[in-house]
Design a protein. Structure first.
Length: 153
């Protein structure tokens, strides 16, 4: 039943044009996956780590993504590794920030409850770092991984 629900949700996954640069197309597909999974974070949790394997997600995400990576000249092993890293990072980001409604201010609150004097490095980071939008952190990390793990120069 869960797999049918996941495939129904994936039917709305946007089609990415085939004529884009491999890195742009890969980023677009994973951003779309992030948005889809974030919108349906409860379903992601119910799937308990099982991959979405219905026809819609295969046709709209997995297959075109792998074709793009292989078409960029990556070996099968390199393409599979990049896809795996991006997929895990995307699901992990959804689970951490959306499914659990986590936000960095919660860490600050926890430090105050436990005793800030015991964790000076964490207190310093919490007080000096301006937390950016968590979705933009995901997108920036995605872009860096794509470029770092993409085809060898």
């Amino acid at each position: 039943m869960l797999e049918l629900c996941a495939d129904h949700v994936a039917a709305d996954f946007p089609l990415v044009p085939d004529d884009l640069d491999w890195a742009v197309a890969t980023q677009a597909r994973f951003e779309a996956a992030y948005e889809m999974w974030a919108e349906h974070a409860d379903l992601v949790l119910l799937m308990r780590g099982r991959p979405w394997q219905g026809e819609n997600i295969m046709m709209r995400f997995y297959e075109p993504c792998m074709q793009t990576l292989l078409g960029a000249g990556m070996s099968i092993h390199r393409a599979a590794k990049l896809f795996s890293v991006l997929h895990r990072m995307t699901i992990g980001s959804v689970v951490l920030t959306r499914a659990n409604d986590w936000h960095p201010w919660q860490a600050s609150e926890a430090l105050r409850r436990i005793g800030e004097q015991r964790f000076p490095a964490l207190v310093r980071v919490q007080s000096e770092v301006e937390w950016a939008d968590l979705d933009s952190i995901y997108r920036d990390t995605l872009r860096r991984l794509i470029l770092d793990l993409g085809p060898a120069s």
